[in-house]
Design a protein around this ligand. Structure first.
Ligand code: SF4
Length: 334
């Protein structure tokens, strides 16, 4: 599996070069809404799950392509799992900052920020986006299903709040809401309380926009997302964004398009690139065509052939057809 992906045209970050630090899905949570279609390798141990030197070599390879790097708005460190479980994350952030003038963003479930070494590792980043989906223990357990080894909820909230105080960059707190699970009035009140402790630069509300790991994880309607936003705004004077669900037919993020046409690339290579993309999240044919720079008809032919061959499955979610890799598909890192 390659550890660089994209660039992806992210609505919140701009043209974002993804960096994936872990084998999928190495995580200390097993969220019901997770977009990665496989059971987690539950772990709370920090380690060099993929050699740091391998990831840095891939980054250095990309940096040689000056034209491509010039277009980027941001490097985004994420993982098909929890990126702060990788002990090389600080080295990787500092390497990017030393070699480029681009900002670095980190997407994290926030659960490891109670560890001083993790907070130190993330200091060199520009934007940290921790999640906090539930501020009541029962909702937290239902939505995130933390591993037994994971810290308890109060420790996690305190860790995010401590990091927020220490960090000179931007903190955007992401809250993913699941219908009837973490969106009750008690949940929203508890989240308001946590937000007032954390004092993020912005709050970002999300919902189950793509096919979730568990089919019972349902999205909130756009109307309900707007109601929650108004509730949060009563106790928080920073910006509150809605990332998904503001319109019931919110489009997916889609790629800017890889450089150059795929016509000169072998069909197997195209299929490999599609699988790489789908290992991280389910995508529609439109997402895939845009990201891979394919015309819609060609993308549809390739996807149908891959579906017939069993390397893809289809899931209808929110009235749209998504492609994803079948559960249990192995990657090069496993
Ligand atoms: S959504 Fe993120 S934190 Fe939750 S299980 Fe998936 S990879 Fe882990």
């Amino acid at each position: 599996m390659k550890h660089l992906f994209g660039p992806v045209n992210s609505r919140r970050l701009g043209l974002s070069q993804g960096i994936d630090l872990l084998p999928p899905k190495t995580c200390n949570f097993n969220c019901i809404y997770c977009e990665i279609n496989k059971a987690p390798q539950l772990s709370c141990e920090r380690g060099e799950h993929v050699p740091t030197a391998v990831i840095i070599a891939e980054i250095d390879g990309l940096l040689k392509d000056e034209a491509r790097v010039r277009d980027l708005d941001v490097f985004t460190i994420t993982a098909s799992g929890e990126p702060t479980l990788h002990t090389g994350i600080g080295t990787i952030i500092r390497h990017i900052k030393k070699k480029t003038d681009k900002p670095v963003a980190i997407l994290t479930n926030g659960s490891q920020l109670y560890l001083k070494e993790v907070r130190q590792d993330l200091q060199a980043a520009d934007i940290v986006i921790p999640s906090l989906d539930g501020a009541r223990p029962e909702s937290f357990r239902k939505v995130n299903r933390p591993a037994k080894c994971s810290a308890d909820l109060e420790t996690i909230i305190k860790g995010i709040a401590d990091f927020s105080r220490e960090f000179a960059g931007e903190i955007w707190l992401e809250i993913l809401l699941v219908d009837n699970i973490n969106d009750t009035p008690e949940d929203i009140a508890a989240l308001q309380n946590a937000i007032s402790r954390i004092r993020p630069n912005r709050v970002q509300l999300n919902t189950v926009a793509r096919p979730p790991f568990e089919s019972f994880a349902r999205p909130l309607t756009g109307k309900r997302m707007e109601e929650v936003k108004r509730e949060i705004e009563k106790g928080y004077d920073g910006p509150v964004d809605i990332l998904a669900g503001s319109k019931d037919n919110e489009p997916c993020e889609s790629g800017k398009g890889r450089e150059g046409s795929l016509e000169s690339i072998t069909p197997n290579k195209v299929e490999d690139e599609i699988i790489e993309m789908l290992l991280r999240r389910p995508c529609t044919a439109t997402d895939i065509a845009a990201t891979m720079n394919l015309d819609a008809e060609r993308a549809s032919e390739i996807l149908k052939s891959m579906e017939r061959g069993g390397s893809l499955t289809v899931k209808i979610h929110g009235g749209k057809k998504y492609y994803r890799v079948p559960a249990g598909q192995k990657t090069g890192d496993e």
